[in-house]
Design a protein around this ligand. Structure first.
Ligand code: ADP
Ligand code: MG
Length: 702
C-alpha cells in the first residue's frame, strides 16, 4: 500500500487551487507520464522542472537601460495617455520617470480602470521588462512585472520558465506549481547517509523547492546539488526496480546446466572457424553462470557482426548436455528465419535438433512442432513471440536466449522466463550502448562485452556523397554488379500516411531496374512475411544482386558476401542506425564500402554524424557519440519498447551518479530485500514517487 503521506502528491492536479478542468487537461498534456492517459498528478507537476529563468535582478536607470534586455526600474508614475475614441487600437501609455529620464509603460487594449489601479498617480513602483526606444523615447511594452517599491525584498526577481504548451499561460502554470509545492510533505530521507554527505545533497523537498523557486538561474545547472539530488533519486528508483527484478529472477533457484562439455566440444568442432578470444571469454562467463545453481541473468553486448549467434549456439549446446531445451527469441520474423538458417548449418554436425516456430505456422505444421517441443524431441526452438504463447509447452526449457533485446522491456524479460522451471536467461544486444545506458536499461543483469570481430575482416570504406552525384553512384553500382558484387540500397521508410519527399524504396527500385533490370530486388516493411523472405532469399542466392530496402534490414540480416551498402538520405538516420545498417556489409574477408548519400545542405548534427561514421567503425565509440548528439531517449528505442526514459536526470550530465545508484540499490536489496528497515520504508516512498509500483509488487511484504 502506498504510504498515506504521499496521497496529496498522487491527487489529480485539478485538486490544486487555481487549476480548473480546462487547465488540468492542458497540464496533463504537458506533464503526465506515458500511460497515464494524460491525467497529471501533483507529483508530475512537481517533477516538471524549469528549463530556464527570467532574471530581473538587473536594476537600471531609465536612461542607461540597454535595449531589449530585461531590467527592473524604479519609477514614479506621472500621468496617463489614453487613446482617443477614434483611435481605439492605439495603446494606452502610462508615463513615468526616474532621475535619469522618462519612460512610457505601454499597454494595448487595457481597461483604463485596471491601469489606474495598477499605477496610482504619484506612486513609486518597480517595473520590470524590456526597454525599447523609438525616436529616442524609452518605452516598456506590457511590463511583465509591476510591484511596489516596499515589497522589493519579496519580489520574484528570478522567475522560472517552464517548458510550455499552447493555451496554457506561464503564470497559471507557475501558480499551479507553487500550490503543488505546498502539498509536498517532509519525507524520511532515503539516500544512504555517506552518499548524502559526499555529494552534499539537500533534502528531497528542499531540492524541489529550490529549483521551482529559483534565486539564481545558475541553479538550473545540472551540476547544482539540488538537481543532482533529484537525478540521483530518479536513478536510485530505477536501479532499485531493476535490483528487485534481478533478485526475483535470481531467487528462483536455477539449476546447474552443462555437465561434461561433450556436446559443446562437438558443436565447436563443427564450426568452420576458430572462436575469437572475445567469444571464448564471453563463453567462459556464460558457462560459469550456467553451471552454477543460481540463475543466469546475463547480457551479451557485442557489435554487429561480432559473432554473438555462435556464442548463443554453444550456450544452447551446453544446456543440451543437461538434457535441457533452449529457446531463441528474435524480434522479427526475418531474423528468426535467419537465425534458424544460420544455426541449422551447425546443428546437424553437433547433433542438435532445431525447429522454427513463428506466427506464420498454423494448423498441422504448428501442431506437429508443438508436439515435438512438448516431447523434448527438439533441442533448440527458434522463433518470435510465438514461442511464449500459452499453448507452447516445453518438456524442459533450461535456457532462453533473447536477441536484440532493446526492443523488449523489463517486464517482458520476466515473462519470458515463466515458461520453464526458472530457465537461464541470456540476452544479446547488437546496440553497443554506452555504459550508463547499460546500467539504466539492463542494471538487473550481469554483462559480457564481446570486443573485436572475427579475424580477417577488412575495414569498411565509408564515404559521404551528395545526392547530386547519384548518377556516378549508379554507374559504380553497375560496375560492382559486373564484378559479381552484391549491394544493399537503403531508403528511408515508406510511410502510408506520409506525403513527404522521402525517396520511396519502390521508386528507387523502379529507377534502378531501368539500369539493371532483374538484378534488382525490393524489401520493405509493408510486404508480407513470405514476400520479404522470398526477396531476401533471391538476394542471398545471387538471383538479384542489388536489393533496395527500407530499414527492415537494419537488424541482424546476414548476407556475408554483400559488400556495398548505399544509404540514401543518410542525414535522416541516427548514428546507431547508420552503424547498424553499415554492419550489413564487411562480414566476409573481402573489402567493403558504405556510401552515405545525403541531400545538401546538411545541418550541424547531420554533418557531425556523417563525420563520425567516416572516422570510426567502433560501435562503442559511435554509441558514445550518438548519446552526445541525440540524447538517450531515441538511442534506446524507448518509443518501441515503451521503456520509460528519465524525467529529471540527464544521462550524460549525471552519468557519474548512475554507478553509485546501482551499487547502492544492489547493496540495499542484499541487506534488506523486502525493504522493511527504516531506510527500506523510506525507499518505498521513493519507488512510488517515481512510478515503480511494479517493483513494489515484487516485495514479499509488498
Ligand atoms: P552478430 O550476431 O554478433 O551480429 P553473427 O553471429 O551473425 O554476428 O556473426 C557474423 C558472421 O561472422 C556470421 O557469418 C558468422 O558465421 C561469422 N563468424 C562468427 N564467429 C566467427 C569466428 N570466430 N570466425 C570467423 N567468422 C565468424
Ligand atoms: Mg545477430
Amino acid at each position: 500500500m502506498r504510504p498515506s503521506i504521499l496521497d496529496p502528491l498522487f491527487a489529480s492536479v485539478s485538486t490544486l487551487n487555481g487549476v480548473g478542468p480546462k487547465v488540468s487537461v492542458l497540464i496533463g498534456g504537458l506533464v503526465a507520464p506515458p500511460g497515464a492517459a494524460g491525467v497529471a498528478k501533483v507529483r508530475d507537476l512537481l517533477f516538471h522542472l524549469p528549463s530556464g529563468a527570467i532574471d530581473r535582478r538587473r536594476r537600471e536607470q531609465i536612461a542607461s537601460a540597454p535595449d531589449g534586455v530585461i531590467v527592473t526600474l524604479e519609477v514614479r508614475i506621472d500621468h496617463y495617455q489614453f487613446p482617443s475614441r477614434e483611435a481605439r487600437n492605439q495603446p494606452t501609455r502610462v508615463i513615468a520617470h526616474d532621475a535619469s529620464g522618462e519612460i512610457a509603460l505601454t499597454y494595448f487594449r487595457a481597461q483604463s480602470q485596471w491601469l489606474e489601479k495598477l499605477f496610482p498617480l504619484g506612486e513609486t513602483l518597480l517595473v520590470s521588462g524590456k526597454v525599447d526606444r523609438f525616436n529616442g523615447r524609452a518605452s516598456m511594452i506590457h511590463p511583465d512585472f509591476v510591484g511596489s517599491a516596499e515589497d522589493a525584498e519579496s519580489l520574484p526577481l528570478v522567475e522560472p520558465v517552464y517548458p510550455m504548451t499552447a493555451g496554457l499561460s506561464p503564470k497559471v502554470l507557475r501558480r499551479g506549481v507553487a500550490n503543488a509545492l505546498e502539498k509536498l510533505p517532509d519525507l524520511e530521507e532515503w539516500i544512504e547517509p555517506s552518499i548524502l554527505k559526499r555529494e552534499a545533497f539537500p533534502p528531497f523537498r528542499a531540492s524541489l523547492e529550490s529549483l521551482h523557486k529559483l534565486q539564481d538561474p545558475k541553479e538550473l545547472d545540472p551540476a547544482n546539488p539540488a538537481r543532482r539530488r533529484l537525478a540521483y533519486d530518479e536513478f536510485l528508483a530505477s536501479q532499485l526496480a531493476l535490483a528487485l527484478s534481478r533478485r526475483r529472477m535470481k531467487q528462483e533457484a536455477g539449476r546447474s546446466l552443462g555437465t561434461d562439455g561433450a556436446i559443446r566440444a562437438r558443436a565447436e568442432r563443427s564450426l568452420p572457424f576458430q572462436l575469437t578470444p572475445g567469444q571464448s571469454q564471453a563463453l567462459a562467463e556464460i558457462y560459469a553462470d550456467m553451471a552454477s545453481p543460481d540463475r543466469m541473468v546475463r547480457l551479451l553486448q557485442g557489435d554487429v557482426g561480432a559473432g554473438k549467434t555462435v556464442v548463443a549456439l554453444l550456450a544452447m549446446a551446453a544446456a543440451k548436455e543437461s538434457g535441457a531445451q533452449s529457446a531463441l527469441l528474435a524480434p522479427t520474423e526475418i531474423l528468426a528465419r535467419q537465425h534458424f538458417a544460420g544455426l541449422s548449418r551447425f546443428c546437424d554436425a553437433a547433433g542438435l535438433s532445431i525447429a522454427l516456430l513463428t506466427g506464420r505456422d498454423n494448423g498441422r505444421t504448428r501442431e506437429g512442432k508443438l508436439a515435438a517441443i512438448a516431447s523434448g524431441e527438439i533441442d533448440i526452438i527458434v522463433g518470435t513471440h510465438a514461442l511464449f504463447q500459452d499453448d507452447v509447452v516445453y518438456r524442459d526449457l533450461g535456457l532462453v536466449v533473447v536477441d536484440e533485446q532493446h526492443r523488449f522491456g523489463v517486464e517482458q524479460r520476466l515473462s519470458l522466463t515463466r515458461k520453464g522451471k526458472s530457465p537461464d536467461l541470456l540476452v544479446m544486444t547488437a546496440t553497443p550502448i554506452p555504459r550508463t545506458l547499460v546500467l539504466a536499461a539492463f542494471g538487473d543483469m550481469d554483462v559480457s562485452r564481446l570486443y573485436g570481430k572475427p579475424a580477417g575482416r577488412k575495414p569498411i570504406t565509408t564515404v559521404a556523397v551528395s545526392f547530386d552525384r547519384l548518377e556516378e553512384i549508379v554507374a559504380r553500382a553497375g560496375k560492382a554488379i559486373d564484378d559479381g558484387e552484391k549491394l544493399y540500397w537503403v531508403c528511408p521508410l515508406v510511410e502510408e500516411t506520409e506525403t513527404s519527399d522521402l525517396t520511396a524504396a519502390e521508386e528507387r527500385a523502379e529507377v534502378l531496374r531501368q539500369f539493371f533490370g532483374d538484378h534488382v530486388g525490393l524489401v520493405h516493411g509493408r510486404m508480407s512475411g513470405p514476400e520479404k523472405d522470398a526477396a531476401m532469399a533471391d538476394f542471398k542466392s545471387g538471383k538479384t544482386r542489388i536489393v533496395v530496402a527500407t530499414t527492415v534490414i537494419e537488424v541482424g540480416v546476414d548476407v556475408p558476401d554483400a559488400s556495398i551498402i548505399v544509404i540514401e538520405h543518410a542525414e535522416r538516420f541516427g548514428l546507431s542506425q547508420l552503424h547498424q545498417l553499415r554492419g550489413r556489409v564487411g562480414r566476409a574477408e573481402k573489402p567493403s564500402s558504405c556510401v552515405l548519400l545525403y541531400r545538401a545542405p546538411l545541418g550541424e548534427t547531420a554533418k557531425a554524424r556523417l563525420a563520425v561514421m567516416r572516422e570510426t567503425e567502433d560501435g562503442f565509440r559511435i554509441a558514445e557519440e550518438d548519446l552526445k548528439l541525440r540524447g538517450e531517449g531515441d538511442l534506446l528505442g524507448t518509443r518501441q519498447s515503451g521503456m520509460q526514459s528519465f524525467r529529471i536526470a540527464d544521462l550524460e550530465a549525471h552519468a557519474d551518479l548512475m554507478e553509485s545508484a546501482r551499487d547502492d540499490a544492489r547493496l540495499l536489496i542484499a541487506t534488506d530485500p523486502d525493504l522493511t528497515s527504516r531506510r527500506g520504508e523510506a525507499v518505498r516512498a521513493l519507488l512510488y514517487l517515481f512510478g515503480k509500483d511494479d517493483a513494489i509488487k515484487l516485495l514479499r511484504a509488498g
